[in-house]
Design a protein. Structure first.
Length: 442
């Protein structure tokens, strides 16, 4: 039985006849059947959806697309398969046909993303689907589905199950760990790519070739692990992810912009045809939101983000798990409508204290969402001892982040104000009103 090394796309890693180049000087092999997939309208739509959305308001070069990222994840899948083909247990568990399912899942994994997908999903509002389920609109019907059936002999339903189903057997659990896990192909690409385009070094400070070269299966034989030689690379990847969240994804100004978008969407979502809206690419979606918002408070918020002049709300106060645990725990992981009620109570009380009107939308509370990030804990294999240990057990760098909640360290609770109000509120008053508003919202 042919193994994954026989898959045309894996073999094409060493064949330089058909390539597409993406940053940073990375050649991605394209077979004819891959090119036909990426030339579909459903996939090309990703070229007009930015990977990081509002991050570009703070890091101006972070305008790269989900199209580029998807090509990077596809290439990473090929590199993982090429390495794991040398692992005897992997070769026995995963056939070439299942390897091809992984390849198309890697290539199409972002097909269901719409513009600003993650911050809108985090709100968990009625009628807003998870992007994994939304992907089925593009994956199970139309040209991609036809190509998967005709040229890959892969069922679109199998790919959808691999992307967001519950794995039922050893092979699917292994492939699932490649797609979604501590050292998955998605993180391996986005940490480095986002870091590159944002113009910061943090997400590139780990040894990718060393980590890939250390890939093996875990003790149970149903997921990814690393051999001992990849331990340091894994530690550096843990820290890279921590710093990227701290300095880029949850940078205070990025979160201020995110809070503005979320509040605008919250005000508008019952007036929107969400099914139609989420099929749009970025600029048409922004235009649709602004058209529906008009001159309303939501329109004012959107103008500050997407109008001719950037006008972001200012950070008034922030609370974290270490320094202000009581306030943090009062506000973190609350349902979004509760945060809105809390912000409105804050605005009402602030109006009384400063003696001038404060509109409800001029105060925004931003907090870690209900859904938690994937924890980083991976097994390390010590061949001389024939023994597996958790990375958190052998690494002082990882131990805290493996045993404590990752989100608590990188995601802070913040209060943002309209710029006109910033000079009118002291930190002490902000703290007092935050506690009072939370009590009133409860």
């Amino acid at each position: 039985m042919a193994g994954v090394e026989s898959i045309p796309e894996v073999k094409a890693l060493d064949d330089r006849r058909r390539l597409i180049r993406i940053p940073d000087q990375i050649d991605v092999p394209l077979t004819p059947r891959v090119r036909r997939l990426i030339d579909t309208a459903e996939f090309h739509r990703l070229a007009s959806i930015s990977q990081l959305g509002l991050v570009s308001l703070v890091y101006p070069a972070a305008t790269h697309s989900r199209f580029e990222h998807s090509l990077g994840v596809y290439r990473m899948a090929l590199l993982y398969l090429k390495q794991l083909a040398h692992d005897e247990r992997f070769a026995q568990a995963v056939s070439a046909e299942q390897g091809e399912q992984l390849i198309v899942a890697a290539l199409l994994h972002d097909l269901g993303h719409w513009p600003f997908c993650h911050p809108l999903e985090d709100m968990r509002l009625p009628g807003v689907p998870r992007h994994e389920q939304f992907a089925d609109r593009f994956l199970l019907h139309g040209e991609p589905a036809e190509l998967l059936d005709q040229e890959w002999s892969v069922s679109p339903a199998q790919v959808a199950s691999l992307l967001h189903g519950k794995p039922q057997d050893q092979a699917s659990r292994i492939l699932n760990s490649l797609l979604s896990g501590p050292i998955d192909i998605d993180k391996m690409d986005y940490l480095q790519r986002d870091s590159l385009h944002a113009g910061v070094p943090y997400g590139r400070n780990f040894d990718e070739p060393r980590l890939i070269g250390a890939l093996c299966l875990n003790q149970q034989g149903d997921g990814l692990a690393l051999s001992e030689k990849g331990r340091t690379a894994a530690e550096m990847m843990v820290f890279a992810r921590y710093v990227m969240f701290s300095e880029v994804y949850w940078h205070h100004a990025v979160r201020g912009a995110t809070a503005m978008l979320q509040r605008a969407f919250y005000e508008l979502h019952t007036q929107l045809d969400l099914e139609s809206l989420f099929h749009l690419t970025e600029q048409p979606m922004i235009a649709q939101l602004q058209s529906v918002a008009g001159d309303s408070p939501a329109g004012e918020l959107l103008a500050g983000l997407f109008g001719p002049r950037r006008r972001l709300y200012k950070r008034l106060a922030q609370y974290n798990f270490i320094q202000q645990p009581d306030t943090y725990q009062k506000l973190a992981r609350r349902p979004y409508p509760w945060l809105v009620a809390c912000a409105e109570q804050f605005a009402l009380q602030l109006s009384e204290r400063i003696g001038q009107p404060v509109a409800p939308h001029e105060v925004l509370f931003d907090a870690p969402p209900v859904k938690l990030e994937v924890q980083f804990n991976v097994e390390i294999f010590y061949p001389k001892e024939d023994l597996y240990r958790e990375l958190g057990q052998v690494s002082p760098v990882v131990q805290t982040l493996a045993q404590k909640q990752f989100d608590d360290y990188v995601k802070q609770v913040r209060i943002f104000l309209h710029p006109r109000l910033q000079s009118l509120v002291t930190p002490d008053l902000a703290n007092e009103l935050a506690h009072s508003a939370a009590a009133a919202a409860d």
